[in-house]
Every structure is written in structure tokens, then in C-alpha cells.
Ligand binder design. Structure first.
Ligand code: G3P
Ligand code: CA
Length: 299
């Protein structure tokens, strides 16, 4: 289950710069400037998707059990306007069906098997109970985990789903999951689409938002771009192999959170922590939990 303090509030592992520096010294010879301790969020990418079928209740449950601070939920929308958890625009990769999510009603989508593909692809991790898992709706996920979990939700393909943002805010408001302070909010919303983020911001000005980027090569960002992002968002997510320490420091110094994706080895986790990130997406929240423990013990 999630880590909670004595008052039952969800908490993340806090890493101060001294422990970061001590650990970093083990990996390389540089030093970092001490600052206030910051939480390092362990985001279970598509659930604990290195261990169980992505975007299933089973995978999300495992993400929480492995001490993920957030479960990441990619959203698509059915023909009848229901938000469902799926990474791809098509159902083909992660179910036994074929076609676009937008062409399925929820009833039709629910007939698909969203677990067997995992057993076929990863026989060494296969489990009989993954067979027949269904595609969960956003509401089903929230009803299953309530406020025991935090949700890091992504609007996928917002251009092909008119009304997606309105429906998302309606659901999150219904379950009272939105808080202004990202440290308190039970939800963060991320998107590669600045238009989708702007729409969300206009619908609910306090929901914490994260702007996603993909870089080919090592990305750069200007202070002007950071200022613009700061107007509506609390953080940035980017592929970890498309950023470097300079990028991370620039983002964090601008007062924004920096969450690279998708960091799946302990060496890469240590690398980005040493750069100063404030969390990361991983398919293996158990590995990140172990790495964060190293840093905690060094403090
Ligand atoms: O949101 C971070 C990461 O999930 C973005 O990549 O393709 O896995 O949704 P993707
Ligand atoms: Ca995602």
C-alpha cells in the first residue's frame, strides 16, 4: 500500500541534496549544491507494467503495492463518450480485438481480453488470472482505489476525442480528487498537447498539469518557454534519454517539477536522481523503491 504519515496523508520518499550528493559521489566525482529536501515521486507507468498487463486493475494494484506514489493512467475515449484506460489509439496491441477505441462502444470494448497478450508476450511472468482482464474505465479505477492512490492521468490523442477534457474534469470533480497543491492533489494531468492542457486549465484552474515532451537527441528549453509553461503547469515530463543534467537543473530552478519517462533500470534511476529530478515514470516501481531506499539510507 501507499506510504502514509501518522495522519494518513500520502507521502513520498524525501531526498535531500546531501544524500543525493553522497550517492552521486559513489557514481561520479561531481558535487551538487545543497537545497531543501524534495519528494521524489515514484510513478507506476501504466501500472506496474513491467510485471502485469498495462492499464488493468491488476497492474495498477501492483503499482500501489510496490509503493508507487502515483499510478499512471493513459486515457482514450469510446464511441459513446466513456473515458477508458489504454495507451494506444487502437485496441490491437493490448487486447484480442482489432480497431480504433473510438469505434467501440463501452459494451463492445468490455468484451475484449486485455490480459492474455501479456502472458503470450512474457511467458516467464504469465499468470492464469491475467486471462480475461477487461479494459477499465476511469471511473472504475477511481472506484477501486479511491483516495488510497494518486492518479497521474494523460490525455492521449485529445485531437480525436472532442469533449475529452470536459468529461475528465467532470469525473475528477465528482470524486473530489483535484487539489491545487500538487503535493496534496490526488491527481496530476499530463499531456503532449499544449491545447489539451490549456483547455483543462480553462475548465479547472487549480488542477495541477504537466507538459510532456519527446526529444530526439538531447533537448533544450529556453527560459521563455519555461515561463510560458509555468503559467499553466506545475511540471515537465520528458524522455530520460532526451534530457541531461543541465535541462533538469533549468526546469527545477524555474520552480517546476521534472519527471522523466520511462526509467526502467537502476543505473538510469540513479542517473536522473543525481541530475535532480523530482520523480520519474517507471514500469518497475519496485526497482525505484529500492534505489530510493539507498538514497534514504545515505542521508
Ligand atoms: O507520460 C509519460 C509517458 O507515459 C509518456 O509516454 O507513450 O508511455 O504514454 P507514453
Ligand atoms: Ca503515458
Amino acid at each position: 500500500m501507499q506510504k502514509k504519515d501518522s495522519e494518513g496523508t500520502l507521502v513520498a520518499v524525501m531526498i535531500d541534496e546531501e544524500s543525493r550528493a553522497k550517492q552521486k559521489a559513489l557514481h561520479e566525482d561531481e558535487k551538487v549544491i545543497p537545497t531543501e529536501p524534495v519528494p521524489i515521486w515514484n510513478v507506476a507507468h501504466r501500472g506496474a507494467s513491467g510485471h502485469a498487463p498495462e492499464h488493468t486493475i491488476e497492474g495498477y494494484r501492483m503499482g500501489g503495492t510496490m509503493l508507487g506514489d502515483f499510478i499512471e493512467v493513459d486515457l482514450q475515449m469510446t464511441k459513446d463518450g466513456v473515458l477508458v484506460a489504454m495507451h494506444d489509439e487502437r485496441v490491437d496491441r493490448t487486447t484480442n480485438g482489432t480497431g480504433l477505441v473510438k469505434d467501440f462502444t463501452l459494451e463492445e470494448l468490455k468484451k475484449l481480453d486485455a490480459g492474455s497478450w501479456f502472458n503470450d508476450m512474457y511467458p516467464h511472468k504469465a499468470q492464469p488470472h491475467y486471462v480475461g482482464l477487461t479494459v477499465p474505465t476511469l471511473e472504475e479505477i477511481i472506484q477501486e482505489f479511491g483516495t488510497d492512490e494518486r492518479y497521474y492521468i494523460e490525455t492521449k490523442e485529445p485531437g480525436i476525442y472532442p469533449g475529452m477534457e470536459e468529461e475528465l474534469i467532470r469525473v475528477l470533480e465528482k470524486y473530489k480528487l483535484i487539489g491545487k497543491d500538487p503535493k496534496e492533489s490526488h491527481v496530476l494531468i499530463q499531456s503532449f498537447s499544449p491545447e489539451s492542457l490549456q483547455k483543462l486549465h480553462d475548465l479547472n484552474s487549480i488542477v495541477p498539469l504537466v507538459r510532456l515532451f519527446t526529444y530526439f537527441g538531447i533537448g533544450t528549453i529556453t527560459d521563455k518557454e519555461l515561463d510560458e509553461i509555468d503559467d499553466y503547469a506545475v511540471g515537465i515530463g520528458a524522455n530520460h534519454n532526451g534530457i541531461d543534467e543541465k535541462y533538469v537543473r533549468q526546469v527545477v530552478d524555474a520552480g517546476l517539477m521534472m519527471h522523466p519517462y520511462t526509467v526502467n533500470t537502476k543505473d538510469d534511476m540513479r542517473k536522473v536522481i543525481d541530475w535532480g529530478v523530482t520523480g520519474m515514470f517507471t514500469n518497475f516501481p519496485d526497482l525505484l523503491r529500492d534505489v530510493l531506499k539507498e538514497y534514504e539510507e545515505a542521508s
